[in-house]
Ligand binder design. Structure first.
Ligand code: 0O2
Length: 256
């Protein structure tokens, strides 16, 4: 099914540069939101499966919590205007990747990369773009790992690929980003330079805290994988760290 068929064709001339456009075409907007909401449900289920798989494989769940959101009409219009795109439904579908957003909060930094690896292996989620703002933080100090993805969603009228943005970050990164977002709201104009500087300082502090905690926590998943590789090579059990449950797929399959 063509993307345009779920929403009415709207010429660029027809567009009205304010939120009234969305209000006037409420029915189309509802259809769009149904599409993005369905994509969110699909992705959430997939993340839940990845999370269960982690729990089963490593007796460890790197996901602290998950948040989902659909961008508000005001925020959609603001972003389209900011980026100089036309305010139409076609433009919104084609130019914005984060109408549907999922945020995964992980415990430690290595967990984020392990999650990305799991998404890489997933055959149901198609990764369109990866943005590593952990290795390359934004000018503001913002860090997170972003994945722009698409998922096939089944509707009565056919299957459609819907785009979404997955933000993966630690608790410290989320703490900084959430508060920075709130602080930005206090100012109608651009943030004063002094505030920008202090926020950048705070992001460095959050980053140091993250790295220290990650060092203390160690790379729990990697350690477990190393233990497994050692066991395989030496054919004798190596003492596993607390919480690590020896896992033998072959044995489980044989006992089924
Ligand atoms: P909100 O509040 O989530 O609706 P681009 O690749 O530049 O064309 P885009 O979408 O600007 O497209 O990409 P980017 O910058 O990779 O990521 C966008 C989202 O990341 C933002 O969405 C925020 O959620 C988050 N983000 C990026 N930079 C910052 C920052 O400096 N501070 C905070 N707190 N969050 C940030 P929105 O739509 O801008 O906002």
């Amino acid at each position: 099914m063509e993307k345009e068929s779920i929403i009415n064709q709207d010429s660029e001339e027809e567009s009205i540069i304010n939120t009234n456009y969305i209000k006037e075409k409420e029915r189309d907007f509802k259809k769009l939101m149904l599409m993005y909401n369905s994509a969110l449900k699909e992705i959430e289920t997939k993340i839940q499966i990845i999370s269960d798989e982690f729990q089963m494989l490593y007796s460890y769940n790197p996901i602290e919590h998950i948040k989902t959101r659909i961008k508000s009409p005001e925020s959609i219009v603001k972003k389209l205007k900011k980026k100089g795109y036309p305010i139409t439904y076609n433009s919104l579908v084609n130019n914005l990747n984060d109408i549907a957003g999922i945020r995964i909060i992980c415990s430690f930094i290595p967990d984020i990369y392990k999650m990305v690896e799991m998404f890489d292996k997933s055959t149901d989620i198609n990764i369109i773009e990866k943005k590593d703002y952990i290795k390359n933080p934004k000018e503001s100090g913002y860090s997170s790992y972003h994945l722009i993805v698409s998922v096939p969603v089944s509707f009565a009228s056919g299957i459609m690929d819907v785009k979404a943005e997955i933000q993966i970050r630690t608790i410290a990164m989320d703490f900084w980003a959430s508060l920075e977002h709130k602080i930005k709201y206090k100012y109608s104009e651009e943030l004063p330079k002094s505030v920008q500087k202090e926020l950048k300082e705070c992001s460095k502090m959050a980053n140091n805290l993250d790295r220290k905690m990650s060092k203390l926590g160690g790379n729990l998943i990697e350690e477990f994988e190393q233990d497994m590789a050692y066991n395989k090579k030496n054919k004798e059990p190596k003492a596993l760290k607390a919480g690590h449950v020896p896992f033998n797929f072959k044995k489980i399959i044989e006992n089924l």
